[in-house]
Design a protein around this ligand. Structure first.
Ligand code: PLP
Length: 376
């Protein structure tokens, strides 16, 4: 599953190098005192890896979503449609700019239901914010078609499916912009951190200035004399995060490969016994979670017990469902949004999410599969 399992001497060496080279922990300036620009290099590497014109490194995935919404011109009072199976961060980012989160339900792929999305569009809608949950793409072809029809922008929350593709394109590069997270639970990690991807140069320019107090980073001027036209905030990534990110990004292919072996070992053993989350056609997933549905409460509880006692846990479902299903967010959403999210809650309550850990062997997953199989 996450990149933290594979943190080793390579990340440590990258940090040591920063200190050997002068200890400049800031992404900008100090040109004479440094040998490298880690954040800049990490951004370049993301452009190359995800085949995207612009990458902006920021402090978190939540910040990337907020900055993306601002760059797309979302204003107080605008409506942003996201989904009920999610993480609270997406709703927080929408609320933080004074916009209104509107919650679509999910379908059997556990991602945004395009049919429900259609019902929710009105004259106040500004942005569609699909979330690629737990390694699997949303149906971006349908969502894109809807967005075009209504003249809406798309911001992809790709915090949970970095490296996954839809129709041959990396997630996060299909909509107008995409947010990635490198927090400690994600497929690759910088401790905390995020990235905003976009092929739109204007959007990147606004985002870049906004995340850095409005700095235009005019190459002909020292930072103290830099030009500005907007005010922003500080969402800058540090050099230490940038250095770790460069190492982690290079591990992504290997992580997905290792996930796949474990996922397939488990799936192969139990595939005839359960109904699984639907994986949309044209998807390339990252195999970090295997999700299936068990209607029978008694059997479900037995399986969960085994997952917990064997040390695997159940990730978001049901371990942390309160943080991942909108029906629980009375502190952030209107009554109406809570009520309509119950449809998703009912579906999620029947699901079990098995995390794929790289530190657990393929054999461990075979043993787990046998145990689960016995319970059904
Ligand atoms: C992790 C996550 C975020 C937020 O990322 P942070 O880097 O933790 O701020 C947003 N959306 C989803 C779906 C996430 O899983």
């Amino acid at each position: 599953m996450p990149g933290f399992e594979l943190i080793n001497k390579k990340e440590l060496k990258a940090i040591e190098k920063i200190f050997r080279d002068g200890g400049i922990l800031f992404a900008h300036g100090f040109d004479a005192l440094r040998k490298e620009y880690n954040v800049r290099e990490f951004e370049k590497l993301c452009c190359k890896k995800f085949v995207c014109k612009n990458s902006l490194a920021v402090t978190s995935g939540t910040a990337a979503i907020k900055i993306g919404l601002k760059a797309l011109g979302v204003k107080p009072g605008d409506e942003v449609i996201t989904q009920a199976f999610n993480f609270i961060a997406t709703v927080e980012a929408i609320l933080d700019i004074g916009a209104k989160p509107i919650i679509a339900n999910v379908n059997d792929s556990l991602n945004m239901d395009p049919l429900d999305l259609k019902n929710l569009i009105n004259s106040k809608t500004k942005v569609i914010l699909p979330v690629h949950m737990l390694g699997v793409p949303a149906e971006m072809n349908v969502i894109k078609k809807i967005s075009r029809k209504h003249g809406l922008k798309i911001l992809e929350d790709n915090c949970e499916a970095i490296g996954a593709k839809f129709d041959g394109k990396y997630l996060g590069t299909i909509g107008d912009a995409g947010a990635l997270s490198f927090d400690f639970g994600k497929i690759i990690t910088t401790g905390e951190g995020g990235m905003l991807l976009t092929n739109n140069r204007k959007l990147d320019k606004y985002a870049r200035e906004y995340h850095d107090h409005g700095h235009e980073n005019n190459p002909s001027l020292p930072r103290g004399k830099d030009t500005k036209t907007i005010y922003g905030f500080n969402y800058r990534m540090t050099e230490m995060q940038g250095a770790i990110g460069r190492v982690q990004l290079k591990k992504l292919t290997e992580i997905i490969k290792k996930n796949k072996l474990r996922y397939q070992a488990l799936h192969g053993l139990i595939k005839n016994k359960f109904k699984f989350r639907r994986i949309p056609a044209s998807s390339e997933i990252i195999f970090d979670t295997l999700i299936f549905i068990e209607e029978n409460k008694k059997i479900r509880e037995k399986i969960i017990k085994v997952l917990v006692s064997e040390g695997f846990g159940t990730k978001n479902l049901p371990d942390a469902i309160e943080w991942h299903c909108a029906s629980y967010w009375k502190h952030a959403l209107t009554k109406n949004q809570i009520l309509r999210s119950k449809i998703t809650q009912k579906l999620l309550e029947k699901t079990i999410a098995v995390p794929i850990w790289i530190r657990r062997s393929v054999k461990d997953y075979v043993e787990l599969g046998k145990k689960i199989k016995e319970l059904k």
